[in-house]
Design a protein around this ligand. Structure first.
Ligand SMILES: Cc1cc2nc3c(=O)[nH]c(=O)nc-3n(C[C@H](O)[C@H](O)[C@H](O)COP(=O)(O)OP(=O)(O)OC[C@H]3O[C@@H](n4cnc5c(N)ncnc54)[C@H](O)[C@@H]3O)c2cc1C
Length: 390
């Protein structure tokens, strides 16, 4: 292929972020060309745990996550499927009195953000969720959080964007992107060139490389959350589960399979990640300890993915500090599935209106300008706190 496309907006990356941006931009009548090196929704957005939760997010993400919460409810109208989205409730468990105190503090700090968190003591927890281990100190329930099937939801955003008129080009890896002072020129490995006034960097775990190409070096790292799914089992788990401080998370789908996450996989030389054998026994043991009904169940698959993570667990979202017309949206740090649609909408507002009503100052790329090195050196244990596992 050796051809040239002129477009208003070019998007690198067809995960839930890039594809939802494409959809919302088409709704504002912008010409959009989206480039993905593989299949849209096949990387982090399509292989994640499927947690659609607000509980556990930092205060800076409250307006974004609240908007996403509204958009998830509109999924059938937006993308033509409900994506098996259910507002099952998200139950965050406390293993100790200190954990319970942390949940209480979080409830107090997020009052007013309409999560309606309910703290449950051990007796109430046993009465309502008797299928859990009886060693817990309590929990916090967010009744309207839930879960969905990422394999259905994320590709559907790209399909909906295409149906709305976006040009979606898969198996099209961007090799080089530059700005000539007026427009972006993007060169792909297959010879395609794209010219655009606006460029959205939505390349997930690879977006840091694209930003660096424009002189914006940020400490984005790759993480590989480990997942497993059981055979279909009789229904017992009515909510999506997390644990204060992280460690394990679990949900049960309508067919009866239990999807469980915890621990890490490892990156392979081909750019995909695989479960680490050494992490499997710990995940199996933790699952059986937390959820007695799982004892004896067969696990039918383990997997992991490649996710971009930032040292402060917040995304990079907003305009480039150096290049006019360049916008970044990456580094979702293990929690971008729920906020993805709202980020797509925010990007469309930034492009079309020049601003978004959702506050995104905390996510500016400039926050790393002076301290990229220090930030990159923060500990892995603090990173664990805001992953989906919490
Ligand atoms: C195993 C796992 C479990 C998770 N669980 C949850 C969860 O329960 N809840 C939650 O909210 N979040 C979860 N997350 C995080 C969530 O999946 C991500 O934050 C979100 O999907 C990020 O979306 P994205 O569009 O930025 O990235 P991606 O889906 O990775 O999309 C980026 C796209 O960019 C493309 N690309 C990259 N480089 C190039 C290039 N040079 N040229 C062309 N295309 C390129 C890739 O092919 C890819 O399709 C989890 C992540 C993983 C991996």
């Amino acid at each position: 292929m050796d051809r040239l496309i002129d477009t208003d907006v070019a998007i690198i990356g067809g995960g839930i972020i890039g594809a939802s941006a494409a959809l919302f931009l088409r709704r504002r009548s912008r010409a959009v060309t989206l480039l993905d090196m593989g299949a849209c929704g096949a990387r982090a957005s399509g292989v994640n745990y499927g947690g659609v939760r607000r509980q556990g997010r930092p205060l800076s993400q409250m307006p974004l996550t609240a908007r996403a919460h509204e958009l998830w409810q509109q999924l059938p109208a937006l993308i033509g499927t409900d994506g098996e989205y259910v507002r099952s409730g998200h139950l965050k468990l406390a293993r100790s009195a200190e954990d319970m105190q942390a949940l209480e503090q979080y409830r107090d700090a997020t009052r007013g953000h309409r999560m309606h968190l309910q703290l449950l003591g051990p007796a109430e927890l046993r009465r309502r969720f008797g299928w859990l281990t009886d060693t817990l100190a309590g929990a916090s329930l967010c009744p309207d959080d839930g879960h969905a099937n990422p394999r259905l939801v994320s590709p559907a955003f790209a399909l909906a964007a295409a149906a709305a008129g976006a040009r979606i080009l898969e198996d099209t890896r961007v090799r080089h992107a530059a700005h000539d002072g007026a427009r972006f020129e993007i060169t792909c490995e297959n010879g395609l060139r794209v010219r655009a006034a606006v460029l959205l960097n939505c390349a997930g775990a690879w977006a840091g490389e694209i930003a660096a190409g424009f002189g914006e070096v940020v400490p984005e790292s790759m993480i590989h959350p480990l997942m497993m799914v059981t055979e279909p089992l009789p229904h017992f788990m009515s909510v999506s589960l997390g644990i204060q401080g992280g460690g394990i998370y679990a949900r049960q789908v309508e067919r009866g399979n239990c999807v469980i996450g915890g621990g890490r996989g490892a990156l392979q030389p081909d750019g995909y990640a695989r479960p680490s054998r050494s992490a499997l026994p710990a995940l199996l043991a933790r699952a059986a300890e937390l959820l007695p009904p799982l004892r004896g169940a067969q696990v039918i698959r383990f997997w992991t993915g490649v996710e971009g993570s930032m040292p402060d667990h917040n995304p990079v979202l907003g305009p480039s500090a150096r290049v006019p017309g360049l916008f970044h949206a990456f580094g979702l740090s293990g929690a971008g599935f729920q906020v993805g649609p709202a980020i797509g909408e925010v990007l469309s507002e930034l492009v079309v209106d020049g601003a978004s009503a959702i506050p995104i100052d905390a996510f500016r790329i400039e926050r790393y300008a002076a301290s990229a090195h220090d930030a990159a050196c923060r500990t892995e244990s603090s990173r664990e706190q805001t992953l989906e596992s919490t």
